[in-house]
Design a protein around this ligand. Structure first.
Ligand SMILES: *Cc1c(COP(=O)(O)O)cnc(C)c1O
Length: 456
């Protein structure tokens, strides 16, 4: 047994005290970014030959660095897709780190991976995919989308006539930027259907029928979105699934943001057809209250993912023990060495039960609807479209893009809120509008009112 240095014990207690204080503090200060030069001037050299000491480094973190960050779980952080990890999940994130579990292979990570898989089984059950479907936790939606695209592409390329061909995926303008970015990584082209609104099966069929023959030949997948990041719009998953079936195309559904809403009885019907997907992305670190980073990719047939992703190497080839035979998360996505990042979700789910999760997701949807009603009642603002999932797009009458920008910065600087504008396409032009995205079930009507009042 090693002797543990008394300073280290004190440091550990200080850090734990800080962590406990932070997670019980539901209204943390909204930090603002600073230029790197300013931060450097404030702190000086932090990496030195002898070390500056834990106390000093921690002090700098508390006094300088944390103040230059935005707590994304702040109840008035309504920009992008916020987060609101449960305290249980955050505490267990600390335990996950402390336990030093390797999450790539069952041989080393069995107990941790078992827990992840329990949470995964529940996640898969929300999708309605048939028996045999399964998935793994990834670093996020981007990695999940890439893993799915590569699996689809490799599956397509197993056919003799597709060997060596550059593939193409089809999606809509409303799809997340990561689809386009990851298609680049996988060296496949993307064909975009020009709509930010709900992509329908008939639109998809028309688009495919109008493709040039050489493009139709290399089209191997369609990506539908289960809750667009900008507006919470769910594509016509059932219609798209039908077309994919007829055309023998892989159907990937990106529900990184919206996937949590599969839990919500009030909107579950909008996802009808998701059970026909070949692969699905869901980010627990968005609407399932996990700390960063935790995404997930689910496959109808995980064997296809294994064929695409399983890594081979002489040093990886040592599974002799009976107990070492099990599920290896590394085989189903792009990452080898990995944290058991599904463990915090497992603990929080086990502790709270799934009903609590259902409640928390419904709260986000209720907040969006409430915000919609409040906006409709006020004179200075109006809805751009009805709230969808937990997204609300609205305009401040008479404002220019510069007004939205100045308002965003002022609210942030004043520590009131972080709410950012977005663009919404009307006809051929993009209009700058305001956007709320609700995740945190502890955001209140009063929080919404405070933000609306800053627009007067
Ligand atoms: C956020 C998001 C992503 C990217 O996920 P990361 O976890 O940020 O990598 C992909 N697709 C959609 C629809 C998203 O909302």
């Amino acid at each position: 047994m090693h002797n543990i240095d008394i300073d280290l014990v004190e440091m550990t207690l200080d850090v734990m005290k800080y962590a406990i204080n932070r997670i019980t503090h539901t209204d943390p200060e909204l930090g603002v970014p600073k230029k790197a030069e300013e931060l450097k001037a404030q702190v000086g050299e932090t990496i030195t030959q002898k070390g500056i000491g834990g106390e000093k480094a921690f002090e700098l973190f508390k006094d300088v660095f944390i103040k230059a960050t935005v707590p994304i779980d702040h109840p008035r952080h309504l920009a992008f897709v916020p987060a609101a990890p449960t305290r249980a999940a955050i505490m267990f994130d600390l335990v996950t780190s402390a336990s030093s579990i390797h999450g790539a292979y069952w041989m080393e990570g069995a107990g941790g991976i078992f827990c992840e898989n329990e949470a995964m089984r529940w996640l898969v059950s929300l999708t309605g995919l048939p028996e045999g479907a399964f998935g793994v936790f990834t670093s996020g939606g981007t990695a999940a989308n890439l893993s799915a695209i590569v699996t689809a592409r490799e599956t397509w390329r197993t056919k003799e006539e597709n060997r060596g061909k550059k593939g193409m995926v089809l999606t809509s303008v409303g799809a997340h930027s990561s689809i386009k970015a990851m298609a680049k990584v996988a060296d496949v082209d993307v064909f975009l259907v020009d709509t930010e609104d709900r992509l329908s099966g008939s639109q998809l069929a028309d688009t495919i029928n109008n493709l040039e023959a050489k493009d139709r030949e290399r089209l191997f997948a369609v990506v539908g979105t289960g809750g667009t990041t900008n507006a919470g719009i769910i594509d016509d998953l059932e219609g798209i699934a039908e077309v994919c079936q007829q055309e023998s195309l892989w159907f990937h559904i990106d529900a990184a943001y919206g996937g949590g809403a599969l839990l919500a009885d009030s909107v579950r019907h909008l996802f009808k057809g998701i059970e026909h997907a070949d692969s699905i992305t869901i980010d627990p670190h968005k609407w399932l209250f996990s700390p960063y980073d935790c995404g997930a990719v689910i496959y109808r047939d995980p064997e296809l993912a294994k064929k695409a992703h399983s890594q081979e190497g002489s040093y990886l080839d040592i599974f002799k023990d009976e107990g070492a035979h099990g599920f290896n998360p590394a085989d189903y996505q792009i990452q080898l060495t990995r944290r058991v990042r599904g463990l915090p979700l497992w603990f929080s789910l086990a502790m709270h039960g799934t009903d609590k999760y259902k409640w928390a997701v419904e709260e986000g949807i209720t907040l969006a609807n409430k915000a919609g009603e409040m906006i409709t009642r006020e004179d200075h603002v109006e809805l751009v479209r009805d709230p969808s999932l937990s997204c609300v797009l609205f305009r401040r009458k008479g404002w220019t893009p510069e007004d939205y920008r100045d308002w965003t910065y002022k609210n942030h600087r004043d520590g009131i809120a972080l709410v950012t504008p977005t663009k919404w396409k009307v006809g051929d032009t993009y209009e700058t509008v305001a956007r709320f995205c609700f995740i945190n079930p502890h955001t209140t009507k009063n929080d919404i009112q405070i933000v609306l009042d800053t627009m007067k």
